[in-house]
Design a protein around this ligand. Sequence first.
Ligand code: EPU
Length: 430
Amino acid sequence: MTKYIIQGGKPLYGELEVSGAKNAAVAIIPAALLVDGTCRIENIPRISDVTMLLGILKQMGARVGVVNKNTVDIDCSRVSGTRATFDDMRRIRASYYLLGALLGRYGSASVAMPGGCNFGGIRPIDQHIKGFTAMGASVSVKNGIVTAETAGRAAGAVVYIDVVSVGATINIMLSAALAEGRTVIENAAKEPHIVDLANFLNSMGADIKGAGTNVIKINGVQRLSGGSYSIIPDQIEAGTYMVAAAGAGGSVAVKNVIPKHLVSISGKLREMGVDVYEGEDAVVVTREAPLRRTNIKTQPYPGFPTDMQPQISTILCLARGTSVVTEGVWDNRFRYAGELVKMGGVIQVSGRTAIIEGVPALTGAPLRSCDLRAGAAMVIAGLCAGGVTEIEGVEYIERGYEDIVGKLRGLGADIRSVYAPDKRSLPIRA
Ligand code: EPU
């Protein structure tokens, strides 16, 4: 068990490179199942979700070659089965993309579903199933395993998604790339990683148009062939460091980003009195004056991302005045608020709304991360607070942030990762 120890209250100065996008990587890796031949994937983030997903593909018979730290070759030509029901599958939510990929490639998929959501709410897949069914699949869910089957190739269909869903949009794209005929996804999600998946598939020979708009048209092709592709930079990792710099103060150049993907975050930081300069592939965040209050409502892209809500709410605890944060995507994403209260934050949560009264300072405390983005918020809180903050549950953070400790230390933060035995697992002496 590892924990982070942060001596807070130091401003951040310097520059860092953002890694490849987690949520693009976890869609593109399963998409390799659709390809005949080897896919070289570059700018892959070194995070535990990626390691686990590559491990799952290997267990299924894929050959995975590590070319260098951020590049892998994946060859799925030896994958024989269409069942992916290993224990690891339950630990990574994006394993459900194997459903769309296996269904699209082999007309059959049996995939273990991840358990309940670690930020508190239910994560339904009814819209994924609606898409597969429209494409001619029979779908059943039994004993935690989802099975989808078509007689022959999946059939192109028009699918209207009832709730804008990243996962359903991606899964339908995966099952449609090799389907018979044309699939149209209406009310599709528009996140940058959806465009990235479409670009990956198109670079391997798929015919997908409209990704990034709310109507995506996929003309099924007979075959995808190997090639190489570089994943886009991670919008949420970039936003996390932008917010860290805004909270702790100082001046940080966040490099290897697509500034257009960050406009909702840059806009909110400017409302809070933070200077954000946009270059071609970098943003520079400088904060010298006290933070000002603002309101946030999370929405699907291009709205303010739900995956940045815990981080920005953390620094709103230190902004002058009262801020209202409304969660527009998930039912229950304020579980971390209790940890900020331990540090002196004043937050009242009611349903999908949090009311935050800014305080002049937070104080270090022992904290426990309960999910990936909540964990990132704990780190930001520790950097901003006076005194020492210890964070447990960092395995959540390392699911999605490559070398967060090293990157923050490079900006002058006093953060260490230390081994700490899990006392709860030790035998109790009678
Ligand atoms: N929804 C349904 N039915 C469905 C699917 C979704 O009702 O069949 C609802 C959900 O309950 C939620 C909303 O639709 O209220 C949006 O869910 P979506 O399907 O877009 O979420 P997801 O695909 O499961 C991805 C990201 C999440 C991110 C959301 C929203 C990946 C692997 N995960 O999840 O990222 O919060 O989109 O942008 O791409 C994270 O990175 O920390 C993370 C949780």
